[in-house]
Write a protein that binds this ligand. Structure first.
Ligand code: AMP
Ligand code: GLY
Length: 421
């Protein structure tokens, strides 16, 4: 079976490696991939906005299944487009992808189906949004509606911050804004909860906790993710059942009422408040770097799972997992999430020896004449699978010390809630 993988981050390198382990796979293509996927797949340099070119390549090379990693092509409708040419695609269609593509779509669904979430208001102009402020208690959350690559969310501690957030959103900082979403601030512990679905049945696909802030102690600016660990310390059967009953099942019912079914990974970003789950956001894909911590624990053949999903056979698959803990530390370019330099050589990466429970997933890297260079803010993901979180982190940091790259930085405190108690 030939599989094509769309995307170029650490998530995609980990998906690629999970596919590669399967005897079912004869070849993997990555669109466009990175220096890590380059060693196990064929990287194909095509602009991800050019669906027609991607489709032509898939048909010419007789690729059997396409798996979509990132949200943008999903929200732009790549699944609907490719399926029109009878190409099998693992990923949600355009309407289902609104769960991530429009926060307001999701909030309205929550309201209609009684899904617990932060109280909210939607305002069409800054005058209304500003006048609403007097009814709010602080902090208050202001959000842009569409995709904003992890940005577009302001936690406002005072009126000045609130006014600035509303102004920036309506001025188009995150694309043309028809409205703004104002939300109550929920105080609790976050958890990332994943399911996989073939459009008929779904199965739980693990939990994780990521660290979005750039500085140790979860301070500083938001990033795409500085590290993660799996499972979440909150993961237990009682809470999982509440999440399924109150959040996942009503969401899938809501989509069904819109005559769509959800095929792909669904990632619920939750706030757990006194033992009860509240939906903060949906993503219609695996998390990055959560994916890199979940896939190394999967025992079942990943290619078989994806094949079952595109053939609506997921019910027949028994998902098996290793009991281990995993932890990922992200090595970033100095300056990230603001300005940073690209194209800096990472000298000895190919000489580092890894055990089978150690992984270096490439994120922002590029290969040129057999040498590896940085090519993004988040450059490498060091993942360790072990019996306990502390040894995962200790070993990840030891591995990081072997990487000869002075232009990077990483957080040394990933997993502090489960390690440094
Ligand atoms: P989002 O992009 O919606 O996931 O928001 C980014 C981050 O902002 C989340 O991971 C939370 O840490 C925080 N956040 C978003 N909405 C809320 C909320 N209503 N209450 C508390 N924190 C929030
Ligand atoms: N780790 C956060 C995300 O993938 O959106």
């Amino acid at each position: 079976m030939k599989v094509g993988l769309i995307g170029s981050g650490g998530r995609e390198h980990s998906l690629c490696l999970a596919l590669k382990k399967s005897k079912k796979i004869s070849k993997i293509y990555c669109f466009p991939g990175n220096a890590g996927t380059n060693s196990i797949a064929e990287n194909v340099e095509i602009d991800l906005n050019n669906f027609e070119k991607i489709k032509n390549y898939i048909l010419e090379n007789q690729i059997d299944i396409i798996l979509v990693g990132p949200e943008k092509p999903l929200v732009d409708g790549i699944v609907d487009y490719l399926e029109n040419f009878n190409i099998k695609v693992f990923g949600p269609n355009k309407i289902s992808s609104q769960l991530e593509g429009s926060k307001i779509f999701t909030k309205n669904l929550c309201k209609k189906y009684n899904i617990p979430t932060a109280n909210f208001g939607i305002f069409e102009n800054s005058r209304e949004a500003i006048s609403f402020f007097k009814n709010c208690s602080l902090p208050i959350v202001v959000k842009a509606d569409g995709l904003a690559a992890g940005k577009g969310v302001y936690i406002c501690e005072n009126k000045e911050e609130y006014l600035l957030a509303v102004k920036e959103i309506f001025e188009g900082k995150f694309g043309k804004a028809k409205n703004v979403l104002i939300e109550e601030f929920l105080k609790g512990e976050e958890m990332s909860f994943f399911i996989i679905s073939d459009g008929q049945t779904f199965k739980k696909f693990g939990t994780a906790q990521d660290h979005k802030r750039v500085l140790e102690g979860d301070r500083g600016k938001n990033t795409g993710g500085m590290g993660a660990y799996s499972p979440s310390r909150l993961d237990n059967e009682n809470l999982n059942n509440k999440i399924l009953d109150k959040i996942i099942n009503p969401t899938l019912k809501g989509l069904k009422d819109l005559k769509v079914s959800f095929k792909g990974f669904l990632y619920a970003g939750l706030m757990i408040v006194e033992g009860d789950p509240y939906l903060i956001e949906y993503n219609v894909r695996m998390g990055d770097p959560e994916c890199q911590t979940i896939l190394p624990k999967l025992r079942t053949d990943f290619a078989e799972i994806i094949e079952a999903c595109v053939n609506k056979n997921l019910e027949k698959i028994n998902l098996k997992w290793y009991e281990h803990k995993t932890l990922c530390v992200v090595l970033c370019s100095k300056g990230y999430p603001d300005e940073y330099k690209n194209n800096i050589k990472i000298k000895n990466l190919k000489n580092i020896e890894l055990n089978n429970d150690e992984f270096i997933f490439h994120a922002g890297t590029i290969e040129y004449k057999d040498e590896i260079f940085s090519n993004g803010g988040r450059v490498l993901n060091i993942v360790i699978k072990s019996k306990d979180f502390k040894s995962c982190r200790d070993r990840a940091i030891k591995l990081l010390s072997q990487i000869d790259w002075k232009e990077g930085f990483f957080r040394k405190d990933i997993g502090f809630k489960v390690i440094d108690k």
